[in-house]
Design a protein around this ligand. Structure first.
Ligand SMILES: *Cc1c(COP(=O)(O)O)cnc(C)c1O
Length: 398
């Protein structure tokens, strides 16, 4: 039985009636740019994340770009950015003219290593962009402390983590912006591109709204240069249908993650990542060697409400990850490498100063060891059993 990495139809087709009704409503309304569905989705996302302002935008990438533009980041500014992330985080920073300074990753949760961020602060550092990778929040307390100490802006890239929590918070007390994506593979997956920017600051919200429409206010009078960063009315209407079911999607992902962990953790040479090794690769290495671990299962920190956008394994041993990828592919089991190349290793960033591309050794290792397996909410137990059987067979070939 093939097991896809993601099956959007399994989630969307049961809602076909509601989705079609939403489409027809917008069709008959005839207002395809902004309008009531965009405003309603913004209000619903603001309520979900317990923030006063949410601004619908054209993608998660544009959400980042808009946030950076609203903060006025540009040439001469340095911004602390995880080396281990999706390209958009770093790409949008570069597009503002700011210099991304790449920061190493935690070997347990894969998120930004705040101690390494601290080492990379200079008088030109203006902001930090924690990414809540794979559905788990970065260490907001430490990030806020660092930002307060050095007067840094905070933009949270929550593209993979809409609704995830850190100590019961959805969004940092001191963060300027949170950005989200509705790309179909994200936890709240839309029907094309879409995104959202949130903030607690009324002035920043206003600036972001103006920049979303080319920086014009009133229309055709431009004090700022913005872009077309609008969310389609149609996309908003369809997303509202799915948002009503969002709690079920999260519950499904959490159930699937628990099932994998339960059935994999007792296999020989398998261990769940231990949060005691947070940010300390050396102590984790000693533990891996001592226990002879060959496959590390992902851990959720007790203070985090993980929403499992990905269930990401680490395969220990030279070349073993790629062997596992082949092994799963041969069995028609979907898998993906998020991400095979870190930001400091990207060809387009080689012109950046050496100082912004150094000290990302853990991120480099992760890029060689990680592999994500199917975790989408509608995944059936028989399919998970198939994945578990394939992993069992990989670890101890029969
Ligand atoms: C998906 C993603 C983005 C970009 O979102 P799009 O909607 O695809 O533009 C940005 N950052 C991270 C971490 C992502 O996973």
């Amino acid at each position: 039985m093939p097991v896809p990495l993601l099956d959007v139809n399994a989630q969307n087709l049961p809602l076909a009636g509601e989705l079609t009704a939403a489409f027809e409503r917008v069709l008959h309304d005839g207002r395809f740019i902004m309008g009531p569905d965009v405003a309603a989705l913004e209000a619903e996302v603001a309520a979900l994340l317990e923030v006063p302002y949410a601004i619908g935008v054209s993608s998660g990438t544009d959400a980042l770009l808009l946030a950076f533009m609203a903060l006025g980041l540009g040439p001469g500014d340095e911004v602390l950015c995880p080396a281990f992330t999706f390209f958009a985080t770093a790409g949008t920073l570069a597009r503002t003219g700011a210099t991304p300074v790449f920061v190493d990753a935690c070997p347990v949760c894969f998120n930004i290593d705040v101690e390494d961020a601290r080492r990379k602060i200079t008088p030109r550092t203006r902001a930090i962009v924690p990414v809540h990778l794979f559905g788990q929040m970065a260490d907001l307390d430490a990030i806020e402390a660092l930002a307060a100490e050095h007067g840094l802006r905070i933009v949270e890239d929550g593209a993979q983590s809409i609704g995830a929590t850190y100590k019961d918070r959805f969004f940092g007390e001191q963060s300027d912006f949170g950005t989200y994506s509705f790309f179909p593979s994200k936890n709240l997956g839309g029907f094309g591109d879409g995104g959202m920017v949130v903030t607690r600051d009324e002035g920043l919200a206003e600036r972001a709204r103006i920049l979303r429409v080319h920086g014009g206010k009133p229309k055709y009078y431009h004090h700022l240069v913005g872009g077309n960063f609008r969310l389609d009315a149609l996309q908003a209407a369809l997303l509202r249908v799915k948002l009503a079911h969002y709690a079920d999607y999260t519950a499904g992902r959490r159930g699937n993650a628990a099932y994998y962990t339960e059935h994999l953790k007792n296999l020989p040479d398998v261990a769940v990542a231990d949060p005691v090794h947070c940010r300390c690769a050396a102590s984790q290495d000693a533990w891996l060697a001592e226990t002879g671990t060959k496959l590390v299962l992902p851990a959720a920190y007790p203070h985090n409400g993980h929403i499992w956008n990905q269930y990401t394994l680490r395969v220990i041993g030279e070349g073993r990850r790629d062997q596992l990828r082949q092994h799963l592919t041969d069995r028609q089991i979907g898998c993906e490498i998020y991400y095979p190349l870190t930001m400091d290793q990207q060809p387009c960033f080689q012109h950046l100063p050496e100082s912004s591309r150094q000290g990302c050794e853990i991120a480099h290792r992760l890029a060689g060891e990680v592999i994500s397996i199917p975790i989408y909410p509608e995944l059936r137990r028989e399919q998970q059993d198939e994945v578990i059987a394939a992993l069992t067979d990989f670890l101890s070939p029969s």
